[in-house]
Every structure is written in C-alpha cells, then in structure tokens.
Design a protein. Structure first.
Length: 308
C-alpha cells in the first residue's frame, strides 16, 4: 500500500495531473474516433460513387430508349413515303396508258374514215369510167344523130371530165390536210410528253433537295440537343460533386430528368407539326401542278377539236 501510494505521488509529480492510463485511454479514444471518421468518409465516397454509376446507367438507358423511339418513328415515316411514291407511280402509269389508249382510238377512227372515203372514191371512179365508156359507145352508135344530141353528149362528157378533175384536186387537198393534221397531232403529243417529263424531273429534283435539307436540319437539331444535354449533364455533375449530399442530388436529378423529358416531348411535337405542314404544302403543290396539267391538256384538246 505505501509503495502504491508513493508510486502514484511519483507519477503525479512526473506526469502531472493526468495519469498515463488515462492518457492512453484518451489516446485510444481519439485514434478510434479519427479512424471511424475516416472510415465513415470512405464509406460515404463509395456510396456516392455507386449512386453516380446508377445515375449514369439510368441516363444511358433513357437516351437509348429515346433514340430507339425516334428511329422507329423515322422508319414508319419513310415507309409511308415509299407507299405514297408507289401509289403515285402506279397512278402516273395508269394515266399514261389511258392517254395512249385514247390516242389509239382516235387514230383507229381516222383510219376507218379514211378507208371509207377511199372506197367511196374508187366506186365513184369506176362509175365515171363506166360512164365515159358508155358515152363513147353511144357516140359511136349514134354517129348519124343530129348535131344537137352530139353537142349535148359533148357537154355531158366535158362536165364529167371537170367533175373527175375536181374530185382529183379535192382528193389531193384532203390528203395534204390529213398529213398536216397528223403532223400537228404528233407535235402536240411530243410537246405534252416533253412538258410532262420536264415537270416530273423538276418535281423529283425539288423533292430530293427538300429531303437533303430536311435531313441536314434534323442532324443539326440532334447535334444541338446532344450538345445541350451533355453540357447540362456536366454542369449537374459538377454541382452534385460540390454538394455531396444524396438527397439534394436525387432532387436535382429528378428535376433535370423531368425538364429533359418535357423538352424532348416538346421538340418531338414541334418536329411533328413541321412535318404535317410540309406534307400539306407538298399535297397543295401536287394538286396545283395536276390542275395546271389538266388545263394544258384541255387547251390542246379544244384547239385540236377546233382544227378538226
């Protein structure tokens, strides 16, 4: 007991009011607290990293889903355009076949009329030849008739000759008129075909140029959207790393995701409205072109009827 008492007195005189055991206990507590603080900080950093990885995966999944939806809408739109193009091409072929059939019917009617007129002319010529032979035979048979009958027969022969000569002149004039009509018809048909081909080529060139411009605008908008999204995401990541709080990070992520989704919905709706307006304008241009083509055809048809 005295040894312990003097030992405590010597420890107080040597180390002061704090004993080595208390100092050792206090040191162990401080070391434990510091170790626990560092472990807690490391655990928080690991948890924040896991949350960041989950956010990146969620963002990639959302971006891939939006890209797939946009590609599917584009594929449906291209399929609809191809179907419309096939229907327009079939309609153009039917219209060309109908015009060819109408021209062929007109040509057949003209050939039938021409054949009938040739038959009538040949019959008239045979009758005229028979009349001439009959007049010669009557002149030889009635050589001893009076001069008045001879003069009458001579006048009749002269009238028939004039009539035959007039028929020949009329035939030549008719053939020349028919040749001119055929030339005019061919010229009108060639001009119509050339105008139609030129209009179709111009329309196809305009359509290709419009498609190229539309594709460039879509690529530019998509690049702008991607750059805007990347910049917003970087800013959000920097602010999240500065705060290092999970609840604030979740609230910012939810707000930004809702804002991005709303912006994408508005962009898709705006793109759909632009597509509808462009399609309506194309339909209106096609209808105007078809009306102009019908007016040109009607004008040439009226001119041909007036010439006929």
């Amino acid at each position: 007991y005295l040894a312990r008492k003097f030992f405590y007195l010597w420890a107080k005189m040597t180390f002061g009011q704090v004993l080595p055991s208390k100092a050792r206990c206090f040191y162990d507590q401080k070391i434990l607290k510091k170790t626990f603080g560092e472990w807690k900080e490391q655990w928080t950093v690991c948890r924040e990293k896991l949350t960041l990885i989950r956010a990146d995966n969620h963002y990639r999944h959302l971006l891939l889903n939006l890209i797939f939806k946009a590609w599917r809408a584009y594929a449906y739109q291209q399929q609809g355009k191809r179907n419309k193009y096939y229907v327009a091409e079939s309609h153009a072929k039917k219209q060309t076949l109908l015009r060819t059939w109408q021209h062929w019917l007109v040509y057949v009617d003209a050939q039938r009329t021409k054949h009938g007129m040739q038959c009538v002319a040949l019959a008239f010529r045979e009758r005229s030849c028979l009349r001439i032979s009959w007049a010669v035979w009557r002149r030889q048979h009635y050589q001893k008739c009076c001069g008045r009958k001879m003069n009458i027969l001579a006048l009749q022969h002269w009238a028939q000759s004039l009539q035959f000569r007039a028929w020949l002149q009329w035939r030549e004039l008719y053939l020349s008129t028919q040749d001119e009509k055929q030339k005019d018809t061919r010229a009108v048909t060639h001009h119509q075909h050339w105008e139609l081909r030129r209009c179709v080529r111009a329309w196809l060139g305009y359509l290709n140029l419009h498609r190229v411009k539309k594709r460039q605008n879509e690529l530019a908008q998509e690049f702008h959207r991607s750059q805007t999204l990347r910049r917003c995401f970087c800013n959000w990541q920097l602010s999240w790393e500065c705060r290092r709080r999970m609840h604030a990070h979740q609230r910012d992520l939810e707000k930004q995701a809702a804002r991005i989704a709303l912006w994408r919905v508005f962009a898709h709706w705006k793109h759909y409205v632009v597509l509808c307006v462009e399609e309506a304008q194309q339909c209106e241009l096609a209808e105007k072109h078809y009306k102009c083509h019908l007016l040109v055809l009607q004008r040439y048809w009226n001119r041909w009827k007036s010439r006929l």
